[in-house]
Design a protein around this ligand. Structure first.
Ligand code: SAH
Length: 221
């Protein structure tokens, strides 16, 4: 075991295993591929040095530029309801730390991830590349506009709170595809799942209440 893994006096692999059992399985996350990805990805690598000790705590944590990395349970839940399969192309809006992106890259064929703050995108890219993820494309810009050149996507995940149903992103979703997004006001949102049916029809349901930082952009706040 090298010194980095022991940093903070704890074996990180064991901490991840405990996180999966106590925070995810015990609360009803069932998808074995999602659980395996959560057990594999080193969450501490996506945090600022001061926060690394707290990587496997049952909570969201602050990152740079006033943004947050979601609670592990919320990452797992959003990923589970998205039902990503190995041949899927996935669009993620809000790269942030890159942690959720790593989980998606474990599950799908390719992830296109958009972040409006360049410094965050660059740092996330550095971490993801160092961990060996070669199936991720990065863009700095307004994710509410999606990524038209790479559309349609099999799955879309929005990791910031939108003020209304993200119509522009739904346009870039393949038929039969799913989009998950927090939708509501700045103080609280519903975690919404949208399924694109034939002829442009969309079926939607709310999974739970949640609180995300705002989605700032042309079709956001
Ligand atoms: N998925 C991230 C969590 C991101 S927090 C992770 O695993 O760490 C939400 C992120 O969305 C922030 O980094 C914020 O800067 C970004 N964001 C907000 N509005 C955006 C927009 N219109 N386009 C792209 N990114 C946006």
């Amino acid at each position: 075991m090298d010194i980095l893994q022991r940093e903070g006096g704890e074996d990180r692999a064991a901490a991840r295993q405990r996180m999966v059992e106590r925070q995810l399985r015990a609360r009803g996350i069932r998808d074995e591929r999602v659980l395996a990805a959560m057990e594999k990805v080193p969450r501490e690598r996506f945090l600022t040095p001061e926060m690394r000790r707290r990587a496997y705590e049952d909570r969201a944590l602050p990152t740079d530029h006033g943004q947050t990395i979601s609670q592990p349970y919320m990452v797992a839940l959003m990923t589970e309801v998205l039902r990503v399969e190995p041949d899927h192309g996935v669009l993620e809006i809000g790269t942030g730390s890159g942690y959720q992106c790593a989980i998606l890259a474990e599950l799908g064929r390719c992830v296109w991830t958009v972040e409006r703050i360049a410094a965050l995108s660059e740092r996330a890219r550095g971490v993801l590349e160092a961990l060996g993820y070669a199936n991720v494309e990065y863009r700095v810009g307004d994710g509410t506009l999606g990524w038209p050149e790479a559309a349609p996507f099999d799955r879309i995940m929005v990791t910031a709170g939108a003020p209304r149903r993200p119509e522009r992103l739904l346009e870039q979703l393949a038929e039969g595809g799913f989009l998950v997004a927090p939708v509501g006001d700045r103080y609280g949102q519903d975690l919404m799942v949208y399924e694109k049916l034939a002829a442009g029809a969309v079926r939607e349901h709310s999974v739970c209440k949640c609180v995300f930082v705002p989605l700032v952009g042309d079709d956001g706040w």
